[in-house]
Design a binder for this molecule. Sequence first.
Ligand SMILES: [Zn+2]
Ligand SMILES: [Zn+2]
Ligand SMILES: [Zn+2]
Length: 138
Amino acid sequence: MDAIELLKSHHLKKTAPRVAIINALIAGHMPQSEAEIKSVIGALYDRITFYRSVHSLLEVGLIHKIVVDNLLVKYALNDCANGHTHEVDHAHFYCKQCNAVICLSHIKTPSCDLPDGYSESECDVLVKGYCNSCHQRN
Ligand SMILES: [Zn+2]
Ligand SMILES: [Zn+2]
Ligand SMILES: [Zn+2]
């Protein structure tokens, strides 16, 4: 699916910044940060529009976000073609050397046995280390 089809299937209006963000994520092949998306979309970038667009894409479940720390947040397309689940059900990997983040789609987040009266809204699993290309240099 391309950006326009994705927006349509999630009942979101087609706007230039939304299309540009989705295209940047498709082209990036892995989760992208705001700075990385900005460098791809160029003149269409504007901080407020970016946050508004990302918010609407998150809300309809077209993308998910990976919070590495308070300085680094990455965004990834959801696997809508595959059963159309919008919950983040998988772990992520963060490379401490090159700052790459990848979706570990085959590693499911655990279901947690919480104390009585507690309820879970999300569960983030982030594995940190070195990716295959950085590993060789360490
Ligand atoms: Zn979807
Ligand atoms: Zn790396
Ligand atoms: Zn992911």
